[in-house]
Design a protein around this ligand. Structure first.
Ligand SMILES: Cc1cc2nc3c(=O)[nH]c(=O)nc-3n(C[C@H](O)[C@H](O)[C@H](O)COP(=O)(O)OP(=O)(O)OC[C@H]3O[C@@H](n4cnc5c(N)ncnc54)[C@H](O)[C@@H]3O)c2cc1C
Length: 531
């Protein structure tokens, strides 16, 4: 087998892998990234690219005070008791590294800004902040990538959209910045390619190379030039192997084995690709796993086989989520992780998978719904049943096959709450309430009573799985006895998340992924200079 040597080999070219590569290169190492897909960017490129980095330096500029102590207090309050995956050391490493990482990203000239509208998810917890901790990349023009421009996964369309449209699409008022994950990976790819990181596409890692009880490389399947056939290449890493190959969200088999049921790979917004293969490779070398039943839950609707998170839609007025008995059962505006989990909890008692987001015509005129812009009438979706429309709630219930009396009763009750601006059942939107002119206004509540009525299915989807390889605070892969496998590191979706059943804020998945990648590289470097 052909053998190639480098200092650091990184498996996977999403945000975690690209950041590890750029950081290792900046520390003077030779770096090779092997990516299974034909493009870089992974699930990260499809996402919003928000990063939860508490106590970051941009908060000072905004006059929002924060400290690692407050962040640690908040994290402990939200995460509860420590576990193998959520050790005190990992939590401390997160809050200690987050501000350093933010500065390092800035010093690498990655243009970040504070996502002002985004708060920590648990405002009642000690140490919570109403804004400032969530950062995101500014718009990115993929043309700066030159020959690598087509090697970056695009957020929605394979064709690069005009810059102006992307800038407006990302930063216009009220828009979820779908393009930001693409911007983040684009910037990292730009730094990687520009600084001599070697990047192999269409090159899945298929096994690890053992070195006693440690690891010193990977075997990669590659196309042999000019032959059309594939062969294994052994990549030996003098310094370390970083597994950053995402989770197992795209594997139906692993989902059914580990996640709550029912589950479908199509409910993951992370798209196809991350099949858990890197986790398996490490397990074959004795690595332990944790948190396999958990995911970054988020309610989604599925259109043409693609999962669309219902993030903004859930909180907008003139809509409500009901189960198949026509009953509401949650605060629709609650954090995504909570709502996703509640869909499963509810389904233990009644049929709640799918549930339905039911909106009236005012909602349709004003707000986006899944992939459809406000005001549009997507005929194909109506024909396929991905979107259902009816003149009355009675007819809508009939078309959906859910309990008619239940839905009508729920609508009467909900509309009464909406008129008073207080949801006595689930406190929807209470955190957003403001008063003016003696009136109380809850911007998340509005009656559902203007025909026609519209509905989409709501599934317990995810932004990726949380379970993976057990790691220490420096992303070293651990065995069940707590010892580290020499030479092997894991971060991002490949490592077991420390967030357990919950999440501190939007941006925690990527924050954790990048903190892990950063710490892995620092540890690798220290070990190589010590050795
Ligand atoms: C729609 C959406 C929105 C999101 N928004 C946010 C957000 O705003 N903030 C946040 O924190 N999180 C968000 N997430 C979650 C976040 O994107 C993921 O947690 C993050 O992308 C994980 O990064 P990663 O580098 O570990 O994995 P990925 O970015 O998925 O990269 C993994 C890469 O590894 C490659 N790979 C897989 N197996 C192999 C193999 N055997 N050999 C070589 N390569 C392999 C894959 O092809 C892929 O390119 C979102 C996710 C989605 C889907």
């Amino acid at each position: 087998m052909e053998t190639v040597r480098t200092d650091v080999v990184v498996v996977g070219g999403g945000a975690a892998g690209l950041l590890a590569a750029v950081a290792a290169r900046r520390l003077g190492h030779e770096v090779l990234v092997v990516e299974a897909a034909g493009q870089l960017g992974g699930a990260t490129a499809l996402g919003d690219g928000r990063l939860w980095l508490p106590a970051n330096h941009l908060m000072d500029k905004q006059g929002v005070g924060d400290s690692a102590v407050e962040a640690a207090e908040y994290l402990d309050a939200v995460l509860g008791a420590t576990t193998d995956a959520s050790s005190a050391a990992r939590r401390a490493a997160y809050v200690e590294t987050a501000p350093k990482l933010a500065r390092w990203l800035a010093s690498s000239r990655l243009p970040l800004l504070v996502d002002r509208e985004v708060a920590d998810d648990h405002q009642d917890a000690p140490g919570a902040k109403p804004s400032g901790r969530v950062l995101r990349s500014q718009a990115f023009d993929r043309r700066v990538l030159g020959e690598w421009a087509n090697a970056l996964r695009a957020n929605s369309s394979p064709e690069p959209r005009p810059l102006a449209e992307r800038v407006l699409g990302r930063f216009g008022p009220g828009h979820a910045s779908r393009g930001s994950g693409e911007a983040l990976t684009g910037e990292l790819l730009h730094r990687a390619a520009g600084n001599g990181v070697e990047l192999w596409l269409d090159s899945p890692a298929t096994s690890l190379v053992a070195d006693g009880d440690g690891v010193r490389g990977v075997v990669v399947r590659r196309l042999v030039h000019g032959t059309g056939s594939e062969a294994g290449v052994q990549v030996e890493a003098r310094v370390g192997v970083v597994l950053a190959a995402g989770g197992f969200e795209a594997s139906q088999e692993l989902r059914e084995e580990n996640l709550p049921l029912p589950t479908q790979a199509a409910w993951s917004a992370a798209g196809a690709g991350n099949d858990g293969s890197a986790i398996d490779l490490a397990v074959a070398h004795g690595a332990a796993t944790a948190e396999l039943a958990e995911a970054w839950w988020t309610p989604v609707t599925v259109v043409d086989g693609i999962a669309h998170p219902l993030d903004e839609e859930r909180s907008q007025p003139h809509g409500m989520i009901v189960d198949q008995t026509g009953s509401r059962f949650l605060d629709e505006s609650a954090p995504a992780a909570q709502v996703g989990r509640q869909l499963y909890d509810r389904s233990h008692g009644v049929r709640a998978i799918p549930s339905y987001l039911i909106v009236d015509n005012r909602f349709r005129r004003e707000f986006r719904l899944g992939p459809w812009q406000a005001g549009s009438t997507p005929r194909q979706a109506l024909e396929s049943g991905d979107l259902v429309r009816a003149a009355t709630l009675n007819e809508l219930a009939q078309n959906l096959g859910i309990d008619r009396a239940g839905l009508l009763g729920t609508a009467v009750r909900f509309n009464g709450f909406a008129r008073k601006g207080r949801d006595l059942d689930f406190d929807r939107g209470e955190g957003l309430v403001h008063s003016g002119g003696g009136r109380r206004r809850n911007p998340s509540l509005g009656t559902v009573d203007k025909p026609p009525f519209w509905a989409v299915k709501v599934f317990p989807g995810d932004l990726g799985t949380k379970g993976g390889l057990l790691v220490d605070a420096d992303a070293r892969v651990l065995r069940a006895d707590g010892s580290a496998i020499r030479g092997l590191y894991a971060c991002g979706g490949t490592a077991a998340s420390m967030m357990g059943r919950t999440s501190p804020a939007p941006g925690a998945a990527l924050g954790e992924a990048l903190v892990g990648a950063f710490r892995a590289v620092l540890a690798i470097s220290q070990e190589s200079s010590a050795g």
